[in-house]
Design a protein around this ligand. Structure first.
Ligand code: NAP
Ligand code: GDD
Length: 336
């Protein structure tokens, strides 16, 4: 019989790649989706045409309505699906926006995790394995470098503080109730499926739009922040690997390299033979009240125990994103 996975946040960037990864492994995949006035399932639509996607193999994706702010929905879905593995990827995941909606962000990204853990406790099945999508944003202000599982947390946003709570409560429930709960502390990971208001996708889409004559400039905020950027498709494998171990634990997942936002711009524009300095405009509205200046992760524990290592270089990632956005915008132009 197929193993069953329940993914919260299945409509997001990581949810879509994780679904593909688990279907390839023969899982029955269930996803929690929110009610929205217009359907927002572009990233997973292709998974429902399973004949085409999986060569006629008998694989399933099933969606269930629910929300991390609604405990009753979480209990109901877990009881109904009886998953072997739960991947909690749902979150209000935008750092800058978390300053505009701090209470909501804490409700979903922080307390939402506790609601799920309580739902797990209630069904009282100790064999369920749980993955919590933790973030390098927890390291925040002037962390020692590179950051690993022992680096202390000093979050710099309502989002980071919510993820720190989520991490700590997951560790506490693991110790207190002997549940199989893991935190992945993932550094930034990107792809052509990244939402357009995160900086990498904003840059690749903007650069291609400039190349195609659709816009003349691109407004950004802080170009000096450093991030450790990997490819989302590589990172979902690490989530799965954590749940295949004998013991639950926490792992940093990162490339080990950091680059500035400026470096990212320079590379993305240069793939299109453009000089970024001619097109980037600085707009103070994209600056954050408090910034995380420098993130770079040390994933040696994941390498040693999970056998995971980064596969896609910084340049390859940018190339994948620029090429995908070129194809996307060209298609849009032809349809007009
Ligand atoms: P994303 O694209 O923003 O996806 C977030 C998902 O959460 C979407 O499916 C969204 O549904 C869902 N969601 C939001 N609020 C919800 C709620 N109240 N109840 C149920 N579902 C809700 O994020 P991502 O980049 O895939 O990241 C996945 C997870 O990893 C997030 O928890 C994020 O914070 C964390 N993370 C991401 C990175 C990264 O670099 N990508 C790094 C570290 C950690 P809708 O489609 O309906 O909005
Ligand atoms: N979004 C955005 N838009 N960021 C900009 C812009 C802009 O116009 N201009 C400069 N930046 C800078 C931000 O100030 C930040 O330093 C950096 O670009 C990256 O911003 P984001 O792409 O929004 O990502 P993030 O690092 O804040 O958060 C992402 O990574 C976290 C892991 O460290 C998100 O995916 C989080 O959910 C994730 O936890």
């Amino acid at each position: 019989m197929s193993r069953k996975a329940l993914i919260t946040g299945i409509t997001g960037q990581d949810g879509s790649y994780l679904s593909e990864f688990l279907l390839d492994k023969g899982y029955e995949v269930h996803g929690l989706v929110r009610r929205t006035s217009a359907l927002n399932r572009q990233r997973i639509d292709h998974l429902f045409n399973l004949e085409e996607y999986h060569d006629g193999k008998n694989l399933e994706v099933k969606l269930h309505y629910g929300d991390l702010t609604d405990s009753s929905s979480l209990i109901k879905v877990i009881e109904k699906v009886q998953p072997d593995e739960i991947y909690n990827l749902a979150a209000q995941s935008h750092v800058k926006i978390s300053f505009e909606i701090p209470v909501y962000t804490s409700e979903v990204t922080g307390i939402g995790v506790l609601r799920l853990l309580e739902a797990l406790r209630k069904i009282d099945n100790k064999s369920v394995k749980f993955y919590q999508a933790g973030s390098s944003e927890v390291f925040g202000l002037n962390p020692s470098s590179p950051q690993n599982e022992l680096t202390s947390f000093r979050p710099r946003s309502p989002y980071g503080a919510s993820k720190a709570f989520a991490h700590n409560i997951t560790v506490n429930y693991r110790e207190a109730y002997k549940l199989f709960l893991c935190n992945g502390i993932l550094f930034n990971h990107e792809s052509p499926r990244r939402s357009e208001n995160f900086v990498t996708r904003k840059i690749t889409l903007g650069a291609v739009a400039i190349k195609l004559g659709l816009q003349h400039s691109l407004a950004l905020g802080n170009l000096e922040a450093r991030r450790d950027w990997g490819y989302a498709k590589d990172y979902v494998e690490a989530m799965w690997l954590m749940l295949q171990q004998d013991q639950p634990d926490d792992y940093v997942i990162a490339t080990g390299e950091s680059h500035t936002v400026r470096d990212f711009c320079e590379k993305a524009f240069s793939f299109l033979n453009l000089d970024y300095e001619k097109y980037i405009k600085i707009d103070p509205k994209y600056f954050r009240p408090t910034e995380v200046d420098n993130l770079v992760g040390d994933a040696s524990k994941a390498k040693k125990i999970l056998g995971w290592k980064n596969k896609t270089s910084f340049d390859e990632l940018i190339k994948i994103m620029v090429e995908a956005d070129y194809e996307y915008l060209e298609k849009q132009m032809k349809q007009k």
